[in-house]
Design a protein around this ligand. Structure first.
Ligand code: ADP
Length: 390
C-alpha cells in the first residue's frame, strides 16, 4: 500500500512516496527556497539513477507540488492517499484525522501556536486537495502523541480562566518521531522494554517519557522553545527573563522572540555555529566556548533524562535519535558519562559504529539499555494514512 507523505515548511516542501508494507521508498526529495531566489527541487527516485536537482523558480507551494507530481508520476506508482505532517494540532487532533473542510479549518485555527509552520502546512493541504481531487488527505500532527500525557504534566500553573481561554498547556512536539522511536525500540527489545526515555536530538530537540506505549511527559511545552538547549533555541529559562529583557533590556516582543528562537542555544554559547559538527571540531581544536556548548547540551540532556525517568517512575531504556542522537558518538558518550551514577554505561566500540539500523550501544553490565534508533517520521505518517484510508 503506497502513501505520499508531505512535510511543508514556510519555504520548503519535503515529500516521500513509500510502500507501508515493504517500507520501500520510491521517491523522496525536498523543494527548497520556495518564494526565495535560487529555488530548486532535490530528489531521488526509482525512475532515475542518483541524486537529481531541478533548478527552477518556485514562487509558491502549488508550483512546487507540480514538480512533485511529475516526479511521483515518473515512478509509475499509484498511492492511496496523502499524509501531511502538521506541527501544531492544538486541541483538535488528539489523533490523526482525515482532512475535511472542517479539519482543515482547525489547522488554521490553532496556527497562532505555530505560525511559521501551520499556515504553510494548511496551504499545502489545500494545494493537494486541488491537484489530487480523488485522493484522501490525512493530518498527522506532531502534538497528537503528547495529548494524552497526564494532566499533572501538561497543565500550566497559571490562572485557570487564562489557561482555559487561551488554550495554554504543554503540547510538545516531535510526537510522531517519539511514537516511531517507541515502536522501533519495542520491536528491537521486546519484553525487555517498558519504561523508555526517547531522546530526539536534532537541531530541534526534545525528550519523551513513554511507559508501555503511553506518553507520560515530554520536554517541549506550549511551543517547541521549551526544554533542552537546541541549535538556535534557548530551551527552558526562567520565564521572568522574558519580562526583564523587555523592561530593562529595552527589547521588543518580536526581538525577544527572535533572540530566543534564532540567536540562542548552541549557536549563542559556542559563538561558532548551531551545527554540532562545527562545534565538535572547534572543541577538538581547544575552543573553550565550543567545549562549554557540548558540556551544557550533555548536562541538560542528562538532567532531562532524569526528569523523564521520574515521569515514567523508572527507566529501563534510553533511545538516541535524530541528527545528533543518531550521528554524534561524542555527544552520546558525554551524556552517558553524566548518567553513570544511574548505572548507564555505554560500550565505546559499539558507540563508534555508524549504521542506519537500530542498534544497542550499552555495555553488557549497564543497568539501563541504550539504543540508537534512526527515526522515521514519514513511515509513521504513512502508517496512519494506511489505517485511516486503506
Ligand atoms: P532537524 O530535522 O531538526 O533540522 P536533524 O535531525 O537533521 O535536525 O539534526 C540536525 C543536527 O544534527 C545538526 O546540529 C547537525 O550538526 C547534527 N548532526 C548531523 N550529523 C552529525 C554528525 N555526523 N555528527 C554530529 N552532529 C551531526
Amino acid at each position: 500500500m503506497n502513501v505520499l507523505v508531505i512535510n511543508a515548511g514556510s519555504s520548503s516542501l519535503k515529500f516521500q512516496l513509500l510502500d507501508v508494507d515493504t517500507r520501500e521508498v520510491y521517491a523522496k526529495g525536498n523543494c527548497e527556497r520556495i518564494g526565495i531566489d535560487g529555488s530548486f527541487v532535490g530528489y531521488e527516485s526509482i525512475a532515475v539513477e542518483g541524486k537529481q536537482k531541478i533548478e527552477a523558480p518556485l514562487p509558491d507551494h502549488k508550483t512546487a507540488m507540480q514538480y512533485v507530481i511529475d516526479i511521483i508520476n515518473a515512478t509509475g506508482k499509484d498511492f492511496i492517499g496523502i499524509g501531511h505532517r502538521v506541527v501544531q494540532g492544538g486541541w483538535y487532533f488528539p489523533e490523526s484525522k482525515v482532512v475535511t473542510d472542517e479539519s482543515l479549518g482547525w489547522v488554521r485555527e490553532v496556527a497562532p501556536l505555530a505560525p511559521l509552520h501551520n499556515y504553510a502546512e494548511a496551504d499545502a493541504i489545500e494545494v493537494c486537495r486541488e491537484l489530487f481531487p480523488d485522493k484522501g488527505n490525512v493530518v498527522v500532527a506532531d502534538t497528537s502523541f503528547h495529548y494524552a500525557i497526564p494532566e499533572r504534566a501538561h497543565r500550566y500553573a497559571l490562572p485557570r480562566d487564562v489557561v482555559d481561554k487561551l488554550h495554554i498547556r504543554k503540547y510538545g512536539a516531535h510526537g510522531t518521531s517519539h511514537r516511531y522511536i517507541w515502536r522501533a525500540t519495542k520491536e528491537f527489545l521486546g519484553d525487555d522494554c517498558h519504561k523508555l526515555v526517547s531522546c530526539h536530538l536534532g537541531s530541534g530537540a526534545s525528550l519523551c517519557a513513554i511507559t508501555d506505549g503511553r506518553n507520560m511527559d515530554t520536554t517541549m511545552g506550549l511551543t517547541p522553545l521549551d526544554g533542552l538547549i537546541m541549535g538556535t533555541r534557548c530551551g527552558t529559562i526562567d520565564p521572568a527573563t522574558v519580562c526583564y529583557l523587555q523592561r530593562v533590556g529595552g527589547y521588543s516582543v518580536d526581538e525577544v522572540d527572535t533572540m530566543m528562537n534564532k540567536q540562542s542555544g548552541l549557536l549563542a554559547v559556542s559563538g561558532i555555529s548551531s551545527d554540532s559538527r562545527d562545534i565538535e571540531l572547534a572543541a577538538d581544536d581547544g575552543d573553550n566556548n565550543a567545549r562549554m556548548a557540548i558540556e551544557m547540551f550533555a548536562y541538560r540532556t542528562a538532567q532531562l533524562v532524569c526528569e523523564m525517568a521520574q515521569a515514567n517512575e523508572g527507566i529501563d531504556t534510553i533511545a538516541f535519535s535524530a541528527g545528533i542522537g543518531e550521528n554524534s558518538s561524542t555527544m552520546r558518550a558525554e551524556i552517558a558519562k553524566k548518567l553513570a551514577w544511574l548505572g548507564v554505561k555505554i560500550d565505546d566500540e559499539k558507540n563508534r559504529v555508524r549504521s542506519d539500523k537500530v542498534r544497542e550501544i550499552s555495555a553488557a553490565d549497564s543497568k539501563i539499555r541504550v539504543l540508537v534508533v534512526p527515526t522515521n517520521e514519514e513511515y509513521m505518517i504513512a502508517l496512519d494514512v494506511a489505517e485511516l484510508l486503506g
